[in-house]
Design a protein around this ligand. Structure first.
Ligand SMILES: C[S@@+](CC[C@H](N)C(=O)[O-])C[C@H]1O[C@@H](n2cnc3c(N)ncnc32)[C@H](O)[C@@H]1O
Length: 280
């Protein structure tokens, strides 16, 4: 079979088994299976694929059909134009989170000898993107779980940035930190009862990256109480939120001395709360 026919065959097989974006996934799986970029795939449509490769690509498609996320199968994903290893045990970086990074970079640019800490860092996509774009900022990344820590460490190395990776519990009281200009965070924020209703792809991602407690707000409360006091004068927190959480998270942050602004994502959903330490 030639590449174009294999691509069509895989796309149809994915689509008939209920995979959304079947053509996109098929292109990615065929390119990955043949160790090609998607551009190389496009310019080699007439090339014959040997039967070993065909079999391997069909088994990749079977994994996709069984609900494994495309990104886990490929083993990496792009965020903020940078490469990140992903796989079992770590949340796949989402394009919506780039808006948080945009705003954090704009703010940190204006601060001298700035220090920023990324809480609940996972793959490290937020911390690493900030550091890669603003090398003079001292960046710290906090993560609790070992599998995610493994990806975080590998991604720091892969992107050639210097970040202090800290293995600790964000819900516990922090000790021994100097003050920060910015706290960056995309914590678990889904209500416990809702986690079970998410798509099978999302349920393949670690529950520890999704479950924000009974009302989804456990991390915002803990961060406001324990970490916000570590912000310098005029320091800011940039927190990703679920699309229906702007009001409650604003209330939590305002009760801890922050003045808040809500930023929408590209789909028009509330996505980030920026809280600034009020002048006392
Ligand atoms: C929603 S994911 C965000 C990951 C990454 N920052 C991103 O934006 O893709 C939340 C992360 O918080 C981590 N996490 C969960 N509970 C934690 C805790 N108590 N302390 C530190 N990290 C925690 C999870 O392992 C997961 O990596």
């Amino acid at each position: 079979m030639v590449i174009s026919a294999l691509r069509r065959f895989i796309a149809e097989r994915l689509a008939s088994n209920g995979v959304e974006d079947a053509s996109f996934d098929a292109d990615n799986l065929v390119a990955f299976g043949l160790k090609m970029t998607k551009t190389e795939l496009m310019i080699n449509f007439d090339r014959e694929v040997d039967s070993e490769d065909e079999k391997r690509i069909c088994s990749l498609a079977d994994r996709r059909i069984s609900g494994e996320p495309l990104q886990y199968i490929i083993g990496e994903w792009e965020f903020y134009s940078l490469p990140f290893y992903v796989g079992d045990g770590v949340l796949i970086p989402r394009a919506d989170t780039e808006i948080l990074v945009d705003h954090a970079i704009e703010f940190l640019k204006t601060r001298d000898s700035a220090r920023a800490i990324d809480l609940c860092s996972g793959s490290g996509c937020i911390a690493i993107s900030v550091k890669a774009n603003l090398p003079s900022v001292s960046v710290f990344a906090v993560e609790l779980y070992q599998k995610a820590m493994g990806y975080l460490t590998k991604n720091v190395e892969r992107n050639g940035v210097e970040i202090e990776v800290i293995n600790t519990d964000v819900l516990a009281e922090p000790t021994g930190f100097e003050k920060f200009d910015a706290i960056l965070t995309n914590p678990p924020y889904i209500e416990t009862k809702t986690v079970k209703t998410l798509s099978k792809e999302v349920q393949n991602e670690p529950i520890t990256a999704l479950d924000g407690g009974e009302d989804g707000l456990v991390f915002y409360r803990a961060i406001a109480k324990n970490w916000v006091p570590l912000l310098k004068k005029d320091g800011r927190i940039f927190a990703e939120i679920g699309e229906d959480q702007a009001e409650v998270v604003t209330e939590i942050f305002e009760n801890h001395g922050l003045k808040c602004q809500t930023i929408k994502d590209l789909n028009g959903h509330d996505r980030v709360i920026i809280g600034t330490v009020k002048d006392i």
